[in-house]
Design a protein around this ligand. Structure first.
Ligand code: NAD
Ligand code: UGA
Length: 454
């Protein structure tokens, strides 16, 4: 089986390497020459744990190649995956499909023999049909079928998610294509991973519905955590108690500074657009989006409140700027909303992130970057944890405190035990946790008084 993967980003690279690991021959195509050149040198353009070893092993075995030119790979491929970006379109919040259709146009002249073309990118309902129409117009002679094979992996645990999926979903209405897709995923179905075949529309919509539902769980627990603060409950205990109910489940009930990343924000926005256009508005999901936007502003307000209401002349240390740990991705991270507000209000911001600095330096001008976590505390009036990187959990809180000018710790991921922080002399503010007696109240501010900057 020969596979052509178009797009060497988070999804394309991981999928290409994992398919090669199954034993298939994979050609991975990306239009960025410097990305392909670095992959050929064995340098990873993204940070994803375990990916370098997996790629190195499969390149060495002759199963995985990288190129900018699609011609040769497309001509021999049994399956072509579209794994290019589908970012939020400026202006209307819909998915921007220009990368998808550009890739289809690049591909069309080179299809040879029966070829399955399948989206791995997240695309709105009806996109497979549109791809098919476009290809038919470009290649009336072409022998092909178009499928939808949405990807459910998470950054940071992408390889494990790909190799041990809860399900593989294939939207397909062509028998020959179904046979090819079954063969492709046989290594997973042999390991009891469910491989589901549905209508293409169902697969396309299921991807958005899954992300919208997960986003809903996060906004739900974030609102419950605000209520916990008001009534003296502990959100960790509440989440753990409701999570034991298997109808609810204990995953995605961690409160925080709002969800981010390259997927939830854009996919929530896109499904809202699809629903409105089809006159079936998703009012619940529209509220989820709104709650998340307000959440980020409220976090900035909490920091200001903990520091006495104004930030002029204050130094704030920040631990973590990526949207989640184990990735270098900062797309739509809550740091991108919160830190510009702190700077705009006159604070000096010193940040450390184990992998996010490269992208952070471009996206967050005005931040002072630190080479290690403890350094972010130097001279700080307050220290804010935005991303729950494991290395932060092991920090010596007494040393952190000794390096600070002030004593405020705003732990927006609840990674520290309040009593440990207080014992180290810090004034601890978690999320959805009862305040320790004597600590200042920096809890939910009621209404956000802060506007987004930029
Ligand atoms: P990305 O931006 O990291 O990578 C996309 C890559 O495609 C880039 O390297 C770009 O140069 C390349 N590209 C664009 N047009 C091309 C073309 N015509 N020919 C060759 N290469 C081209 O994107 P990503 O995060 O991997 O996401 C890709 C898709 O997968 C999106 O639709 C996203 O919603 C979906 N998805 C992402 C994740 C994730 O965790 N990032 C998970 C599931 C699904
Ligand atoms: C998410 C989904 O989990 C994947 O299944 C999906 O394939 C992917 O989007 C996609 O469509 O691209 P990802 O964005 O990598 O994956 O990361 P998540 O682990 O889902 O986290 C997303 C955001 O939610 C992060 O900002 C994270 O901090 C936040 N989150 C997550 C919480 O605030 N609380 C939680 O309990 C879980």
């Amino acid at each position: 089986m020969r596979i052509c993967m178009i797009g060497a980003g988070y999804v394309g690279l991981v999928s290409a390497a994992c398919f090669a690991e199954f034993g298939w021959r994979v050609d991975c195509i990306d239009k960025q020459p410097q990305r392909v050149a670095s992959l050929r040198r064995g340098e990873m353009p993204i940070y994803e744990p375990g990916l370098d070893d997996l790629i190195e092993r499969n390149v060495r075995a002759g199963r995985l190649t990288f190129d900018t030119d699609i011609a040769a790979a497309a001509a021999v491929a049994d399956i072509v995956f579209l794994a290019v970006g589908t970012p939020m379109r400026r202006g209307d919040g819909h998915a921007d499909l220009s990368y998808i259709f550009d890739a289809v146009d690049d591909l069309a002249p080179h299809i040879s023999g029966f070829t399955v073309i399948t989206t791995k990118s997240t695309v709105p309902v009806g996109t497979s049909r549109r791809i098919e129409q476009r290809l038919r117009a470009l290649r009336p002679d072409g022998e092909f079928a178009v499928c939808s094979n949405p990807e459910f992996l998470r950054e940071g645990s992408a390889i494990e998610d790909f190799m041990r999926p809860d399900r593989v979903l294939v939207g397909c209405d062509d028998e020959r294509a179904e046979e090819v897709m079954r063969r492709l995923y046989k290594p997973l179905s042999l390991r009891d991973a469910p491989v589901m075949f549905t209508a293409r529309e169902s697969a396309e919509l299921a991807k958005y519905a899954a992300n919208a539902f997960l986003a809903l769980k996060i906004s739900f627990i974030n609102e419950i955590s605000d209520l916990c603060e008001k009534v003296g409950a502990d959100v960790q205990e509440v989440a753990s108690a409701i999570g034991r109910d298997r109808r609810i489940g204990d995953k995605f009930l961690h409160p925080g500074p709002g969800y981010g990343g390259s997927c939830f924000p854009k996919d929530v926005s896109a499904i809202i657009r699809t629903a409105r256009e089809n006159r079936a508005p998703l009012t619940l999901i529209e509220t989820v989006h709104h709650v998340n936007e307000e959440r980020k502003l409220d976090m900035a307000q909490r920091i200001r409140k903990a520091l006495g209401g104004h930030l002029e002349g204050k130094t704030i240390g920040v631990l973590g700027i990526t949207f989640k740990p184990n990735t270098d991705d900062i797309r739509e991270a809550s740091s991108l909303t919160i830190l510009p507000i702190l700077l705009h209000d006159g604070a000096r911001v010193r940040a450390y992130d184990p992998q996010g600095r490269k992208h952070g330096e471009e996206a967050l001008p005005g931040i002072e970057w630190c080479d290690q976590a403890l350094a972010a505390a130097d001279g700080a009036d307050a220290l804010v944890v935005l991303t729950e990187w494991n290395e932060f959990r092991a920090l010596d809180l007494e040393e952190l405190k000794s390096r600070m000018r002030g004593s405020i710790l705003l732990d927006m991921r609840n990674i520290f035990r309040p009593q440990d922080a207080e014992a180290a002399g810090l004034t601890y503010h978690g999320i959805g946790r009862p305040q320790i007696a004597g600590s200042a109240d920096a809890g939910h501010s009621g209404e956000p008084l802060i506007q987004k900057v930029g």
